[in-house]
Design a protein around this ligand. Sequence first.
Ligand code: NAP
Length: 384
Amino acid sequence: MRRVSVLGASGSIGQQTLSLLAAYPGRYRVVGLSVHRRIEALSEWVSLFSPEWVAVTDAEALSEARSRWGQRVMVLSEKEFYSHLESDPGDIVVNGIVGSVGFWASWHTLQHPTAVLALANKESLVFGGKWLAPLRERILPVDSEHSAVFQCLQGENTESIEKLILTASGGPFRGKKTEDLRLITPEQALRHPVWKMGSRITIDSSTLMNKALELIEAYWLFAVPQEKIEVWIHPECIIHSLVLFHDGSMKAQLSLPDMRLPILYALSYPSRVSFRQERCKLPEVGGLHFESVDESTFPSLRFAREALQRGGSAPALLNAADEVIVEAFLKGQISFLEIFDWLEWTLSQPEAFLDPENPVLLAEVEKEFRQKLRVHLRLSVHAG
Ligand SMILES: NC(=O)c1ccc[n+]([C@@H]2O[C@H](COP(=O)([O-])OP(=O)(O)OC[C@H]3O[C@@H](n4cnc5c(N)ncnc54)[C@H](OP(=O)(O)O)[C@@H]3O)[C@@H](O)[C@H]2O)c1
C-alpha cells in the first residue's frame, strides 16, 4: 500500500486528490495532510483517514487544530512540518499548495532519499527550479500539460525531442483585443470556460500568466531549452499537450478536462489504475482547433521567456509579483490591463537582476520585493 501525504489539502487540487484516495482504499494510505488555515475543510478527512499527522502553517489556526485533533493525531507547526517531510513524508507527497511558499514543502520532501513528489505547485519550479531540477527524477508532474508531456515521453529518448507544445484554453478572453480588455472585472476574469480552479490560477489563466509559469515549469522539468517550448491555444482542452520528435512524429495526450486524471496518473505511476468516468468521444467533440497565442494582447509568455533567459531572481520575482498583482486586481486596486504593466515593471527593477546563491537568500529578495510592490499597489503590507 502506498503511503501518501496531501499538502494544500483544503484547496482544489488537495480536495480532488483526497476524493480519489478515498475511492481506492486498498491501494493508498493517507499519512499526512497540510493546510494553511482552513482547518474545517479537513474535519471529514481526518475522521475518514485517521492520518498520522496534520500540519497547519498559520499560527492561529494551529492552536485551534491542536485543541480539535491534538489527542488523536500529531498536529505540526510549519517548522515541524518541514522537518517531518525530510524524515517521514510517505512514499508520495502531493504538493497542492498555492504560491511560491510551496517551494519549501517540495524542497524538504526531496531531501528525503526516496520520497516521490507529485507536483501541482508549479511555483516550486518557477521559484527554485535551479535547486529542484537536479532531483527531477523523483518529481512527477500533476499540472495537466506537464503530465501530458510526461506521458508522451514514456519510452522515448529526451534527446529526440524537437519541440514540446503546451496547450492553453485561451481563457475567458480568447480572441479579445487590448481595447476589449479595458473594463474587465474580477468577476468576469474568474469565469474560466473549462476548468474550475482556485482564484489565483483562474486569473492567471485569463492573462496567460498561468501558461507563462508553465513554460518555466516545463523548462526545469524536462530539461529542454526554452526555444524548444511552444504554446498553442486549443479551446476544446482535449489535447493537454504534445511532443514533436525529431523524425517529424508527434504524440499527444487526450482526455476530457478533469484534473483527477493527471493526479491519478502521478499516484499510480508507472501503472495506470481503472477510473470509471465519462470517456472522451471525439466524434461528439467534432473538431479540435488550434491557434497561435496573440502575444501583443497577452504578453505574459514574453515575460516568462525574458525571465528564463536572464535567470537568477527574475523568474521568482515575476511569479511573486504576479501573486501580489492578482491580489490587487481582485481587490479592485488595478485594472485588468495594468496587470501586464506591473509585470513588465517588475522585470525592469534592480531586484530582478540578482543571482542569489541559495533559496533562503532568494526568498529574502522575494519577500522584500513583495513589500515594495504592495506599497506601490496600495495593498496592506504584511509579514508574508
Ligand atoms: N486547481 C487546479 O485545477 C490546478 C491545476 C493545475 C495546477 N494547479 C496548481 O496547484 C496549486 C494549488 O492550486 P489550487 O487551485 O488547488 O489552489 P487553492 O484551491 O487556492 O488551494 C491552495 C492550498 O494551499 C494552501 N496554502 C495557501 N497558502 C499557504 C501557505 N502560506 N502555506 C501553506 N499552505 C498554503 C491552502 O490552505 P488554506 O485553504 O488553509 O488557505 C490550500 O490548501 C497551484 O500552484 C496551482 O497553480 C492547480
